[in-house]
Design a protein around this ligand. Structure first.
Ligand code: ADP
Ligand code: MG
Length: 610
């Protein structure tokens, strides 16, 4: 095996490598660094997240550019602000002994003037997100006409995010004889196309099997009813008291919703998605890195490539649309030689996706059961007992021992222990004692007869979208199932007209349906759903006139963002099935099991974790 010295790196870089504590090059570094140092070539490198790709392009770039010049020579494009900052910091650390090096990050959501000024000072390397980069080029705030090396990092994700045109535009401002190094975790067709278009006879490096997941991660799935997803998530968290996790949702909206529910329910949770301001995102990431946040609820895009050590669990609250994305998610854990668990909460309609993922990651999933309430009580109790057992005694306690001893004069040791543990145990016990089994048997036919639900138990809704919005009955049904997170047969009697439609659900989810569509926008306009009398049997309400059918509600956009930030904005958002009270810590129990700390009282003494 090679050492970093063998790779041909100069002393300044080797010193930084020693400082960073890197001992041996990772596989992608081992393959890419000598190649890039020795030849002027284009490169396509495929490697999983967490394999050290930043250094694989960072070191060669640092060694090859002329640091005595102030011309911009290296351009690194990356999909998100977080990654852009992460790469910038990493490159700065690699180049800390390169005197005069100036690396500048360019990304949206932060002052463009400041960034332009930093570039003007002479940035040899620019790390940028495509949107902001394009913007700055058009305003002539950057000059990339003398670039010698360009990197497309997380190329698959940039394309997923629709940056193809931006990238094309940006690269058209760079010299054609530069070298382009493309790094990607997966190789979908789009990436291959880009490689063909922008590269000249690129060398190829593949680390591990294409698309193969990390061997340090085990994969589990839990089969539940769609409507029990959130309860299942809480159980998984409660059953793992020291969880430090990223929870993936499919949409920004769900991400925000789940994070808010968790916070409301007393968990140390935070949301990370593109609708938050840069400042909010930075704060969340900081708290997560400090482990003040135990459960980071994130969209795929926002969490892409985020490199936080020690993540114990990745939880797929919903599976991603693109199965390949699963790899990126599970790659957040099991890093740096540690083991990790990737959990998937699935409903029956999605369970077949597990098989497809197994084929891609070449590993089997283990089907597990959502733990029942009493199991969780036991886990929590034992976790507390272990913590107490390993707690160092604070000598300051001595002063108070006399009065405590007096109070417990007539209490036996056993009784004292029982009482002591009851403080915490009862909280979970009371919460979970009447809890139901959330598991669904894989082969049960329990939902099959949904179509035959009698009209008496059905609620019928009017919705102001129809064929002119591109829906037919199947598309509308799929759309509703997806946004409302319903199962296969939960939406029925879908009747689509030109500018509006009708559909049925069971009565029990009526409130959920109505609540969901109070501020929901589809393709930029409000979707309005109302209950109607019509039961969908016999003559259907096809003649209902809705003022032109567009039904665009004239209301101010107090949607999602503003609304979600108000901490107390819990109006009816909680589903009735969630409203059973959470296992809150009684305020008197001061040895807080860390998870349940009250999110609103930041002054509460926090336990340092791990
Ligand atoms: P990727 O871009 O492939 O997802 P990163 O470049 O973000 O991976 O690297 C993941 C982590 O591993 C970073 O914290 C980085 O500092 C660390 N790292 C990179 N190379 C090495 C190495 N050779 N030895 C030890 N740690 C490394
Ligand atoms: Mg990376």
């Amino acid at each position: 095996m090679n050492t970093f010295q063998d790779l041909g790196l100069n002393d300044d870089l080797l010193r930084a490598i020693t400082d960073m504590g890197f001992e041996t090059p990772s596989e992608v570094q081992d393959k890419a660094i000598p190649l890039l140092l020795e030849s002027e070539t284009d490169l396509v490198a495929l490697a999983q997240t967490g394999t050290g790709k930043t250094a694989a392009f960072g070191f060669p770039m640092l060694q090859k550019i002329d640091i005595s010049s102030r011309t911009t020579q290296g351009l690194i494009l990356s999909p998100t602000r977080e990654l852009c900052l992460q790469i910038t910091n990493e490159i700065k650390a690699y180049g800390k002994y390169c005197k005069g090096l100036n690396v500048v990050a360019i990304y949206g959501g932060s002052s463009i003037q400041d960034q332009a000024r930093d570039v003007k000072r002479g940035a040899q390397i620019i790390v940028a997100t495509p949107g902001r980069m394009k913007d700055m080029i058009s305003r002539r705030m950057v000059d990339i006409s003398k670039i010698t090396y360009s990197v497309l990092d997380e190329a698959d994700e940039m394309l997923n995010m629709g940056f193809k045109e931006d990238i094309t535009e940006i690269l058209s401002h760079t010299p054609s004889d530069k070298n382009t190094w493309l790094f990607s975790a997966t190789m979908p067709k789009e990436v291959a196309t880009i490689a063909k278009k922008f590269m000249d006879n690129p060398k190829e490096i593949t680390v591990g099997n294409k698309n193969e997941g990390s061997t340090q991660v085990s994969h589990e799935y839990y089969l539940v009813n769609s409507r029990d997803r959130y309860q299942a998530l809480k159980r998984l968290a409660d059953a793992n008291p020291d969880i430090f996790s990223v929870i993936f949702c499919r949409t920004k909206r769900d991400t925000q919703k789940v994070a808010e529910q968790l916070i409301e329910d007393g968990y140390n949770a935070g949301a990370l998605h593109g609708d938050l301001s840069q400042n909010q995102r930075d704060l969340v990431m900081k708290s997560f890195r400090n482990k003040q946040i135990q459960m980071l609820v994130a969209t795929d895009v926002a969490a892409r490539g985020i490199d936080v050590d020690d993540i114990t669990h990745v939880i797929n609250y919903q599976l991603p649309d693109e199965i390949e994305t699963y790899n990126h998610r599970s790659g957040r854990t099991g890093r740096a030689g540690k083991t990790g668990i990737s959990m998937v909460i699935v409903s029956k309609s999605e369970v077949r996706k597990i098989k497809s993922i197994e084929r891609i990651i070449k590993k089997d999933f283990i089907k597990k059961e959502i733990p029942d309430g009493m199991e969780i009580c036991e886990v929590q109790l034992m976790s507390l007992a272990n913590k107490i057992h390993s707690t160092e005694i604070n000598p300051e306690i001595d002063k108070h021992l006399d009065s405590i001893n007096t109070l417990f004069e007539n209490t036996s040791k056993d009784e004292l222990i029982q009482k002591f543990f009851s403080v915490e145990f009862s909280r979970f016990f009371n919460y979970y004692q009447k809890s139901k089994d959330l598991n669904v048997a894989e082969n049960s036919r329990d939902r099959e007869s949904r179509e035959h639900v009698s009209n008496d138990n059905a609620a019928r809704f009017f919705i102001n979208v129809g064929t002119r919005d591109g829906f037919d009955w199947m598309k509308l049904k799929d759309f509703l199932k997806e946004v409302l997170e319903l199962g296969r047969d939960d939406v029925f009697k879908v009747d689509v007209k030109e500018s509006f439609s009708f559909f049925n659900t069971e009565k029990e989810i009526k409130d959920k349906v109505l609540a969901f569509f109070t501020d929901y926008k589809h393709d930029g306009r409000f979707v309005n759903v109302e209950e109607t009398e019509n039961k969908g049997g016999g003559s259907r309400g096809g003649n209902r006139s809705r003022g032109g059918g567009g039904g665009r509600r004239d209301r101010k956009d107090n949607g999602f963002r503003g609304d979600k930030r108000s901490k107390s904005g819990g109006e009816g958002r909680r589903r009735s099935s969630d409203s059973d009270s959470k296992p809150r810590r009684s305020s008197s129990s001061s040895y807080s099991s860390d998870r349940k700390s009250d999110s609103s009282s930041s002054s509460r003494p926090r336990r340092s974790r791990r």
